[in-house]
Design a protein around this ligand. Sequence first.
Ligand SMILES: C[S@@+](CC[C@H](N)C(=O)[O-])C[C@H]1O[C@@H](n2cnc3c(N)ncnc32)[C@H](O)[C@@H]1O
Length: 419
Amino acid sequence: MTGGLRAWAVSVAATAVSAYALDATATAAGVALVASGLLGGDGNHRWALALLAASYAVWAWGLRANLRANQELLTSTGTSTNVLSKAAHDLTRRHTTSPRAVRLAAAAGYTVTEVAKEVPYYAGAFGAAVLTDSVTATGALVFLAGANLGAAGYEYGLARLTTAFLRRRRYASFDTDWEPAAYLDGYYRTVEPDEVATIAFFVDALRAAERDRPVLFFGVGPTLHHVFAAAEVASEIHLGDYLPANLAEIRRWLDRDPGAHDWRPFVRHTLRCEGVAEPTDEEVAAREDLTRKKVTDLVEVDARHPRPVARSYPTVVSAYCADSATADRATWALFMRHITGLVEPGGLFVTSALRRCRGYTVAGRSFPSAGVDEHDLRAVLRPGFGSPSIEVRQVPQEASHGYGGIVLAAARRTATSHS
Ligand SMILES: C[S@@+](CC[C@H](N)C(=O)[O-])C[C@H]1O[C@@H](n2cnc3c(N)ncnc32)[C@H](O)[C@@H]1O
């Protein structure tokens, strides 16, 4: 089952369980309040009305807590305890990058369902009051107030449960847990199918890069496998990453340290993508030398910063960076705006992301992934970039790493737009 389908299946099941549990809690609380004899007499009608009004305020408070928890659940797992809320969330996300609009849509979907669940209670309580003598109108109001209080308790309890579940799901930290050597060992011993596709796409996309101008690689990690594709077209290459340890690993390769990672299989694949049918060892070494010559700067960058580098570039490449740096879609969109803001008007942006992925493992630790797809990428590139070319590739072999697909994109910033 794909990640998207699994999220729907979990949401449908959670919605059904939640609806029954809410029903049972609210009914039991309503019956208990009536049975307590509180405000039972007919003379208490006004007090019963006041209690009902107050119970709505408490219910709204419980619902508010649950809406917040549901939003967090949707953002970090793509699932919800209310299927209508998930539908509204996913649909709105396809049409806008505004986190506020998406949040409001999810909350509206949830609230509409919870309000609709009130109808049977009203019908039941007042139907019984009209049809039988044993239930008075005051009794019906007390029952409804009790049901509201039960529902409030349920909403609040569900919010606490959801939050506790999310807190258990802790991701590893780049600052303290990232091991460049383990990342290279786990992902870059050989050219895996996702990189066969990514490098081929990048080679093709970079044919449209402006020649003899600088190229920035943003969030390059400890890797060079995408960089070889830019060596011929770039006047110079700047490599940026958040972690000094990653840049140190690259420095080792630039300095020909004997312990540096061996990128030759990736260089060979790059040359094949460029049209060299059987690259010789000399051609591979020549591309490595050219790349070493063209890399003139290693820079620490932080996508959280609105202006992560103090200049702009005619070509920016950012592979598996923003999506692999956060589990939160809204944060991913923000990082993407910061990164794409480095592209000059008329410049080229080339990117890739793990598709609908929730996390990937490095040395047994789980790092976050934003769970984005081609719709998210199109939406985030829409302002400022004219009709991006976006491709999806399935890579089921990578499921053990936490993803089964990738999204590849190339887009040109419109000549008039500024970051
Ligand atoms: C999965 S790695 C991708 C590395 C490389 N581009 C690749 O394709 O293998 C994600 C990278 O994002 C970087 N990163 C994490 N947080 C970041 C931030 N706030 N700003 C910039 N880069 C960040 C990490 O240091 C890491 O190198």
